[in-house]
Design a protein around this ligand. Sequence first.
Ligand SMILES: *Cc1c(COP(=O)(O)O)cnc(C)c1O
Length: 218
Amino acid sequence: MSTIDVQNVQANLRLLRERIEAAGGSSVEIVAVTKTFGVDAIDAAVGSGITNIGENYAQECVAKLRDHPSPPTVHFIGHLQRNKIRKLAPIVDVWQTVDRVEVGLEISKRAPGAKVMVQVDISGEETKSGCDPAQAPSLVDSLVTDGLDVVGLMGIGPLGEPEMSRPGFRLLRSLVDELGLAECSMGMSGDLEVAVEEGSTMVRVGRALFGERPPKHV
Ligand SMILES: *Cc1c(COP(=O)(O)O)cnc(C)c1O
């Protein structure tokens, strides 16, 4: 079990806000990524004034949030498997990683009208998920046709130097503008300055708030 110190999280949040501001971000939302941490991380984030939580793993997400007395706004940011959507539907508020038509269809069945984002592969790496940038407009169209509330696009920068994320972030932002969407979810602990400079509206931050993650054991 991880031990989370609320005062540490509060101090880290102040530093995080300073980083965002220094990069020119004025109204960037913070999603606290609590994967592999215990419920204490969720509670520390909420206690520090963060209202958005990000989780990656279906089983873990359900286990930690199903019986939570005052659940925050839950963003699912991990790879989405179609057969996990039914269980997640009562818990997830924003589905950030929709990358194919079948996943959107299943969400529209289990959570009609839900808020979704299209995950776009901006890494240029084989290992990352997300739809091809060229396919994002048609995927957005099909999700809207399914009755889903498409709020934006989401992308993950490549591993390595933060600067390597810039071309992909720029591409994602231009797609968001082209499609007239509100949210551009990009930037993590390591590359959030670059993301904010390129027009991120939402950063997803784990380690910069909670420290190194315990290993996954679900
Ligand atoms: C784990 C994860 C994050 C947070 O990463 P940190 O480096 O801990 O800030 C953000 N987005 C996604 C999709 C993740 O899987």
